[in-house]
Each structure stands twice: as structure tokens, then as C-alpha cells.
Ligand binder design. Structure first.
Ligand code: FES
Ligand code: FES
Length: 153
């Protein structure tokens, strides 16, 4: 069974016809080609599929697309503007916080939300903010350093 949903996706209004049992992650990746949002565990545990819904980080593998009806969704594709990387992306790059890159889209979106809520997070607040996002490569230190470098003291 299919249903039409209306979203504001990366700032653009969209009407989409989706299967009622399709996750938001599968709609983004398979129907819309927004493959920056990664599919890891597909069980709500790794954070690779994080998107911002009305500004808050959500695992898109754990949400049916029909439940996103009427909401504003931002994916990693919305972060760089007009070919220019966002300061968070630059900091991750400069601090060595990106290795394979699989966790990076989710980490960047979680960081964006954190810094909007708390422009000067302490180390424990950074750890708490990224606690739902698994990185198998970096050991987290470079990610924490990158986020800390963005804090406005
Ligand atoms: S793919 Fe969604 S939390 Fe792992
Ligand atoms: S950089 Fe590889 S999972 Fe984080």
C-alpha cells in the first residue's frame, strides 16, 4: 500500500509517494538517491543513518517514512552550501576525524545539532552527544577534538 507524504527536504518542499512499510532511510537512499545517509546496522543502533528531523538527530532506519509526513528533514547533503564545506566538515577533515567516512554524515549532523543547542560544549557533553553514533576507525579522540575546536569559548 502506498501513501503520499509531504516533507520539507533539505529546504525544498516535496510530495512523495511511499510504501507504508518503507523506512525514511530507504526512501532517502533508494528513491531519492541521497546516499550520503548511510545504512549500517539498520536496527537503530549505530547512528550511520542519522538525519535531522525538525532540527533533531533521528535514526532514519528506525522511522517509517509515513511518520515523517509534514516534517522538515535535513540530510548531510544540506550541510555544504554552494560548493563550500561547512566549518564542521572542515574541522573534521583538518583534525583527522574522518577515516573510512562511514560514520561521518551522522557525526556531522549530531555535531550541528549540538553546537546549535550548546555553542561551547564540554568534553563530557560532546561524548554524550555522539554516544549514539558508532565509529569503528578513529577511536573517537579526533572526532572529539574536531568538535572541541569548533566550540566558542
Ligand atoms: S543504520 Fe540506522 S542506526 Fe544503524
Ligand atoms: S571513520 Fe570509519 S566508522 Fe568512523
Amino acid at each position: 500500500m502506498k501513501k503520499t507524504i509531504r516533507l520539507v527536504l533539505n529546504g525544498e518542499e516535496k510530495n512523495l509517494l511511499v510504501n507504508v512499510n518503507q523506512t525514511l532511510l530507504d526512501v532517502l537512499r533508494d528513491d531519492l538517491g541521497l546516499t550520503g545517509t548511510k545504512k549500517g546496522c539498520n536496527q537503530g543502533e549505530c547512528g550511520a543513518c542519522t538525519v535531522l528531523i525538525n532540527g533533531k538527530p533521528v535514526s532514519s532506519c528506525s522511522l517509517l517514512a509515513v511518520k515523517a509526513d509534514g516534517k522538515s528533514i535535513d540530510t548531510i547533503e544540506s550541510v555544504a552550501k554552494e560548493g563550500h564545506l561547512h566549518p564542521i566538515q572542515i574541522a573534521f577533515n583538518e583534525k583527522g576525524a574522518i577515516q573510512c567516512g562511514f560514520c561521518t554524515p551522522g557525526m556531522i549532523l549530531v555535531t550541528k545539532n549540538l553546537l546549535e543547542q550548546n555553542p561551547n560544549p564540554q568534553i563530557d557533553e560532546i561524548k554524550e552527544a555522539i554516544s549514539g553514533n558508532i565509529c569503528r576507525c578513529t577511536g573517537y579522540l579526533q572526532i572529539i577534538n574536531a568538535i572541541k575546536s569548533l566550540a566558542k569559548s
